[in-house]
Write a protein that binds this ligand. Structure first.
Ligand SMILES: Nc1ncnc2c1ncn2[C@@H]1O[C@H](COP(=O)(O)OP(=O)(O)OP(=O)(O)O)[C@@H](O)[C@H]1O
Ligand SMILES: [Mg+2]
Length: 269
């Protein structure tokens, strides 16, 4: 059975999608795991990272299946899309589209229950199912919690970095009160966009994030994902960081370390 991991932070722009994309490729390519990535954000950035912007646009214009179909027609087959692979490695994606936002306002749509039920039908085909979440709390967050064993929290060391964490604490607390039997753990906080020469602002924000993590007994990954423009360039070219020729060796090395810690944190190693 697959281990299901959600990438969540109630703060936007911290690297949830970037890390989902790179960790998914790392696990599929370097570890030869069977990986399914799910884009659970109406912004559909993950879908565009995997497919490329133009191909994604054609995909949507041709009304190809997305996660919205799971919610609209729960009994239909799961809309898994083969990502054009590298070196013979196949990775699967359930894409998203903007209309996902509308599923949220349909009172008939039981989003929270439908996703885990649908995934349980295909779970055995994968080792890892990784879900990229939107930065705002909604029924989609509940769907992600209901489907997941672990939550990973990407954090950028910046002003207001600690803001998303209390919201996540509150959200998880509320969730656990209602779903006492659900096994769901924070597997760790990953510092992303980490700079060797940190400004006083960044040092302060790192400290406050660590304090919150300590208070709640959450693990903070020892390795950090370094700041590099190659993450954006790589995503634009559908390339994970370890396959981007222009990325510096230390950036790749540090990402590999984070990925190894990720595998241990979610008990895949
Ligand atoms: N380590 C990094 N170094 C430099 N830039 C980065 C790094 N990680 C992410 N970025 C950039 O930061 C921006 C936000 O990243 P990303 O889209 O992954 O965040 P997100 O948390 O998914 O955002 P949202 O909350 O909107 O879904 C992107 O332009 C991305 O390329
Ligand atoms: Mg995102």
């Amino acid at each position: 059975m697959a281990t299901v991991v959600s990438m969540i932070n109630m703060k936007g722009g911290v690297g949830k999608t970037t890390l989902t994309f790179n960790l998914a490729w790392y696990c599929a390519w370097k570890m030869r795991l069977r990986v399914l990535a799910i884009d659970l954000d109406p912004q559909a950035n993950l879908s565009q990272y995997f497919m490329g912007a133009e191909r994604y646009l054609r995909y949507i214009q041709n009304n190809q299946p997305t996660v919205v179909d799971i919610f609209n027609e729960p009994r239909s087959s799961i809309p898994v899309h083969d990502v054009p692979d590298f070196a013979g490695i196949t990775l699967h994606l359930i894409a998203s589209r903007l209309d996902l936002a509308w599923s949220l306002i349909d009172p008939k749509c039981k989003i929270g229950q439908i996703l885990p039920q649908s995934l349980s039908a295909i779970n055995h085909h994968y080792d890892l199912i990784i879900i990229d979440c939107a930065p705002t709390e909604s029924l989609l967050t509940t769907a992600a919690y209901n489907s997941s064993r672990y939550v990973i929290v990407p954090v950028k060391p910046e002003f207001l970095a600690a803001i998303g964490l209390p919201l996540l604490v509150k959200s998880l607390k509320k969730y656990k009160e209602i779903n006492r039997n659900q096994k769901l753990e924070i597997a760790g906080i990953i510092f992303n966009d980490h700079n060797k020469d940190m400004s006083p602002e960044e040092i302060t924000s790192c400290r406050s994030v660590r304090n919150i993590a300590e208070n709640y007994g959450w693990k903070v990954f020892e390795s950090t994902v370094h700041r590099s423009r190659s993450f954006a360039a790589g995503s634009r070219e559908r390339q994970p960081i370890f396959n981007t020729p222009r990325a510096r060796t230390d950036v790749k090395y540090n990402f590999d370390k984070v990925a190894e810690e990720f595998l241990k944190a979610v008990k895949l190693r």
